[in-house]
Structures are given as structure tokens and as C-alpha cells.
Design a protein around this ligand. Sequence first.
Ligand code: GEK
Length: 244
Amino acid sequence: MNYKKDKLFSDPDMTLSDFVFDEQVADVFPDMIVRSVPGYRTIISQIGMLSGRFAQPGTHVYDMGCSLGAVTLAMRRGIKHKDCKIVAIDNSEAMVKRCQSHCQRDTGMVPVEIICRDIREIEINNASFAVLNFTLQFLEPSERYKVINNIFNGLVPGGALILSEKISFSDNNRQKLFDNLYYDFKRYNGYSELEISRKREALDNVLKREPKDGHIKRLKSAGFTIVEEWFRCFNFVSFLAVKE
Ligand code: GEK
């Protein structure tokens, strides 16, 4: 499948509306996410490696908000047990369609079930590993508890969750500094000032960031006893939460 360069926000005459994961976004997604999420490639490859440690025989592994299946494919390489099943979920039809075709062309042995649904409606069961790689941030903060509790309850002992999020800061100076560092990252990757500001506006009502402490508190209150930041680049953080 050929993916194009992300130029979605380069047209100054385009009417700006809230960001949605439609066909246009799915068509440029691999380029968009690598140029917009610092450390994305490292996060994906390391999730593959982590799945090798946490996936237990005969259990399910979840990729929640799978987009085009980058996490799913990395886990398919990382998981050592052929009797595991990966369940990949996304509520964007455009993403799911492309994810299906990527998984069909992949030669990995671990079975994959791809489901087009809202992650809030999924029952998690017999899970040893679950991944929310930049997905929870698209839910209203009030709805995040339910999703995290659901994952915790569906994990077997020794199971783990990876939660990656773009975070905010409670202190204005830090917020400003890290926003600027992030815009430098986007400029470095070839985005223009217009593209940066229009994408920011489009995401404003859609991507709701929280401070790091809010995520840690929620994970602990769900019951995770080990909660550690295992990756960080600017305002992009990934947590490893373990159910002991
Ligand atoms: C990756 N994890 O490449 N239910 C299901 N899917 C959802 C929901 C929801 N309620 N809300 C958003 N999504 C991927 C990247 S992208 C992150 C994840 C980004 C889906 C949405 O359709 C999109 O595919 C994905 O979550 C978020 O590692 O674009 O910043």
C-alpha cells in the first residue's frame, strides 16, 4: 500500500473543522504520525519487545486504537506463543480497512482479530498485555477511568498495560516551553507554521491532554501496583503499568 506525504493542513483556503480519523487521514497516517510523535518508531519497536516479555501462553493481547496496525505487527513479531491472540480495535473504518490489509500481507504466526468498534464497548478478558498507544487522549477525561478499570479487570496476574499519551503541565512556563520544543520538532520535520497552527486548532476539541500525575493516579487507583514512565520525549510519555 502506498502512503502519501501529509499535506492535509497546508491549504490556507480549506475550511477548518475538528480532526477526524477519516480516509484522508488514514491515507497519510504513517507519514503524519512519524513526523508528529517524537520517538514513535522507538515506541513501536519497544512495545514489540515488551510484548515478548508480558504475553503469556493462551491469552489475549489487545491493541486499542490500532490505526493501521503498527503496534499489532510489532507485537506479532515480539510474542513468542502461537496460541496467543492479538485483538486490534479501532472505531475508524478507514483505519480498520487498511489495518486488515497490512495484517493479511504480514507473515506472522500469531492470529489477529481486527474489530471496528469503540474501545469503550469492548470487553477485555484473559488478557496478558494491552496497549493504548496515543488513544486514550481522544476520550473525554471522565470516560478514561472506565476504560482503564476495564483493562485492569481483564488482565491476568502478571499482565501489563502500556499507556502512551501527549501530556500537559499544570505550570504555565513548563507548558509554554514544552509546546515550543514540540513545535521545533514539527518544524524540523518539515511542517510549516500554517500546518502547525491549523493542526493544533483542528485537534483542540478532540485531543484532551492531562498532566502526568493524573494518568499515574488513575492507573494506581485502578489497581496497578507498578506504574513507571518507561519512555519520554518532550511532552510525549509512555507508561508501563503492571498488575502483580
Ligand atoms: C499506533 N495506536 O500507530 N475507540 C476506538 N478507537 C478510537 C477511539 C475510540 N473511542 N478514539 C480514537 N480511536 C496507533 C496510533 S492514533 C493516535 C493511534 C494519533 C482511534 C482513532 O481512530 C485512531 O486510529 C487512533 O485511535 C489514535 O501506534 O493519531 O495521535
